[in-house]
Design a binder for this molecule. Structure first.
Ligand code: C2E
Ligand code: MG
Ligand code: MG
Length: 714
């Protein structure tokens, strides 16, 4: 050793340096070696002090051993090296007392090493214990946290499972139901054994969609994760339980399919409601027959069937239904329609046949198949036959007739339902124009030429403006002396395409659209003007009267009285020269409000005639109430007299009516007199006036001049 001898602190530091170099490599400390050496300095000092004490300070040495643990020297190798360093260098560098004997210091050092080792071991054990405890506590608490979470999620699942309003079931992959919640059990009637333990394939239902069980197989084979279907089940009482069923595959942690989870939503009520709403939307409330909507759906399908399939359609419109409805009231009319609907339904019971009500008194019957040409003809025949028996309503026997238009053809998707129906409508109209109570087959060429209701209706307003209407006059002849007493004004339409159209073809349309009011006013004006012309030019012809028809709608129009008065005044015709013809059906059941305008006109001297008497199921006793002065016996009475000899019952009826009319101060006009024999007979029965082809067909106004003149000169 050279130079100044080291002081005790220098020697102590050297000891600490040696110590730190020895054990630093085996510590788990995060310090640098120099920092670590600083940590060891106080320990080194305590060892030095302990070495110098008179009595052995074992606890101090133990504390040093324990402190080593505190600075992360937990490896036993660190202890071994520490003991080596203490053994070799402590006495050398740290002896404070030069006087003490070497052997005494060595002995002391050995005991200090003992204490250091003891302190080290004790501290290490304690620390291990603490660590173990912390670890086990941590492990314990970690474990219980997982369990708790599991438990919580399980509890939540259980709560959801049992409390859910939706049915939940769990089945294994063989289909056996392992679990079912309360809602599901309730859906199946409430008994658990009806669900749990069952195999899902037992729930096959005839209404199952064809792909349903394929989806199921794919799921249990693990080829799909879930599927959703609408499915029906049988309840124990045999009723159907309809559900939205969602089935999901449950896999284990390794992805292996384990269970199937079914969510079952009871849709029975909703389905019933939907069915009912659908039923109401597609059926006629009065008759219960399918309505236009459903019929169009079916017709559309039938028309697109293809592959040699055909369709046949009968379009039926009742003849004279309006008269029944107007005269007997809507309640009776409704009952009649219900009865007709029943009869029609009985005509189309074969598969592929259906009957529907399109509205009002219009019905359709549809037949589909390969031989509809023959079938539809048969069907129309059955319908006509079904209608032929009288219908009893309110103690009356009503005869119902109908006109049918038939369309038949291949279901090749060439025609739309609307086109087919239009063709049927046109054809029905043709049957009606031909006198009704018959069926006609559609003819495409005739269709092209056909006068359609729609076409006429839209052309009506312009027709009035363009003066396409004209009036023909048909003489009214006095049966006693054969003199012409006047004429009935009968309106016609000179249609630019279709030629002359009769009132039956357009008056109903004018009534439907309200155009009848201006049209009727024009007819009245024109007829009154014409009557005035006759009176002025042919004074010898006497006071010719003019009969003008009034529609029910004109009757309720508020301007009726004022318009009539205005027209009469304008043309200078006395009210007594005008007779307004009102159909019987428009007046039966009429209340005083409706009769008031007619009564006012009657009081002014205008005659009111009850037209088509005998067709409207009128109550004869009711006649007294009405402000009428003329009865016009319907043509049907006259027709009954065409046979020779005439039916004695018919004759008696006419005789009775005439007697009654006369007793009520009504004069009687008969319509439709076509032969001299009829005219004679009617005169004998007491009728006053006649009208018919026997005398003259309706014609231009000049014709009447001639007729009137010639009998004035007779
Ligand atoms: P209506 O008032 O009963 O008219 C008599 C109908 O019988 C007329 O038919 C006439 O041409 C027809 N007729 C006359 N004599 C004979 C005969 O001997 N044999 C046959 N088979 N028929 C005969 P039309 O002109 O077709 O009129 C039909 C109906 O149209 C009329 O029946 C009337 O209710 C209505 N009508 C005609 N013109 C008008 C009008 O200006 N306004 C209104 N609201 N209705 C009218
Ligand atoms: Mg008339
Ligand atoms: Mg008439």
């Amino acid at each position: 050793m050279s130079g100044e001898p080291d002081g005790p602190e220098d020697r102590l530091r050297r000891f600490a340096t040696i110590w730190s170099r020895a054990i630093f490599p085996v510590t788990a400390s995060s310090l640098t070696r120099v920092e670590f050496e600083k940590e060891l300095m106080p320990l080194a000092r305590r060892l030095r002090d302990a070495l110098g004490e008179r009595t052995l300070d074992a606890p101090a040495a133990q504390a040093v051993g324990a402190a080593l643990i505190g600075v992360h020297c937990t490896d036993p190798e660190a202890l071994t090296r520490t003991l080596d360093v203490v053994d070799a260098y402590l006495v050398l560098y740290c002896r404070a007392d030069e006087d003490r004997r070497e052997d005494e210091l060595r002995a002391r050092c050995a005991r200090l090493q003992h204490s250091v080792a003891a302190g080290f071991a004790q501290a290490l054990r304690e620390r291990t214990l603490v660590e173990q405890e912390a670890i086990s506590r941590a492990a314990l608490s970690a474990r219980s946290a997982v369990a708790e979470a599991l438990h919580a999620s399980e509890a939540r699942f259980r709560a959801v499972f049992h409390g859910a309003a939706i049915g939940i079931g769990i089945a294994d992959l063989e289909g056996t139901v392992l679990e079912a919640n309360d809602a599901l059990v309730r859906m199946f009637g409430g008994a658990e054994n009806l669900v749990r333990g069952r195999n899902v394939v037992e729930w096959t239902h005839p209404d199952d969609a064809p792909h349903l069980w394929r989806l199921y197989e794919e799921l249990v084979r693990g080829e799909r994760e879930h599927y959703r279907v609408e499915k029906a089940f049988y309840r124990p009482d045999g009723t159907a339980l309809w559900t939205n069923l969602t089935v999901s595959l449950l896999r284990d942690a390794d992805g292996v399919p384990q269970y199937q989870l079914a969510l079952v939503e009871d849709t029975t009520e909703r389905r019933l409601l939907n069915l009912r709403l659908r039923y109401e939307a597609t059926h006629d409330a009065l008759t219960g027959l399918p309505n236009r909507t459903l019929f169009f759906e079916r017709l559309e399908k039938a028309l697109a069937a293809g592959d040699g399939m055909r369709f046949g359609l009968c379009y039926l419109d009742l003849d004279g239904f309006k008269t029944i409805n107007d005269s007997l009231g809507h309640a009776a009319g409704d009952r009649l329609l219900v009865e007709v609907a029943d009869r029609l339904q009985g005509c189309a019971t074969a598969p592929g046949e259906m009957v529907a009500r399109l509205g009002g008194d219009e019905f359709v019957a549809l037949t589909t198949g390969r031989d509809t040409a023959a079938e539809v003809d048969d069907l129309a025949g059955r319908i006509m036959h079904a209608l032929s028996a009288p219908i009893r309503i309110d103690g009356r026997e009503l005869t119902v007739r109908g006109s049918i238009g038939i369309v038949e053809g291949p279901a090749a998707g060439e025609r739309s339902p609307a086109e087919v129906l239009r063709s049927a409508d046109i054809t029905m109209y043709r049957a009606k124009s031909a006198g009704g109570n018959r069926y006609e087959l559609a003819d495409p060429e005739a269709d092209a030429r056909a006068i359609t209701r729609h076409g006429l209706t839209t052309a009506l307003p312009a027709a009035l403006e363009r003066a396409e209407f004209f009036i023909e006059y048909q003489p009214l002849v006095h049966l006693g002396d054969g003199s012409v007493r006047g004429a009935e004004a009968l309106v016609r339409w000179l249609h630019p395409q279709h030629g002359v159209l009769g009132p039956d073809q357009f008056i109903p349309l004018a009534e439907d659209t309200g155009l009848i009011v201006p049209l009727g006013r024009w007819v009245l004006e024109e007829s009154v003007r014409q009557a005035r012309v006759w009176q002025e030019r042919y004074e010898d012809a006497g006071s010719l009267r003019i009969n003008v028809n009034l529609s029910p709608m004109q009757l309720t129009h508020p301007g009726l009285v004022s318009d009539t008065v205005d027209i009469l005044e304008r043309f200078g015709l006395e009210p007594g020269a005008l007779c307004l013809e009102v159909t019987e059906s428009a007046l039966i059941g009429a209340d005083d409000d409706l009769l008031k305008p007619l009564r006012r006109l009657a009081e002014m001297g205008v005659d009111i005639a009850l037209d088509d008497f005998g067709t409207g199921y009128s109550n004869l006793a009711n006649l007294r109430r009405l402000p009428v002065s003329v009865l016009k016996l319907d043509r049907s009475f006259t027709q009954g007299m065409q046979r020779f000899p005439a039916d004695p019952v018919d004759l008696k009826i006419v005789e009775g009516i005439v007697a009654l009319a006369h007793s009520l101060d009504l004069s009687v006009t008969v319509e439709g007199v076509e032969t001299g024999a009829q005219a004679e007979q009617l005169r004998d029965l007491g009728c006053d006036t006649a009208q018919g082809w026997y005398y003259a067909r309706p014609g231009p106004p000049d014709r009447l001049h001639e007729l009137a003149l010639c009998d004035a000169t007779r």
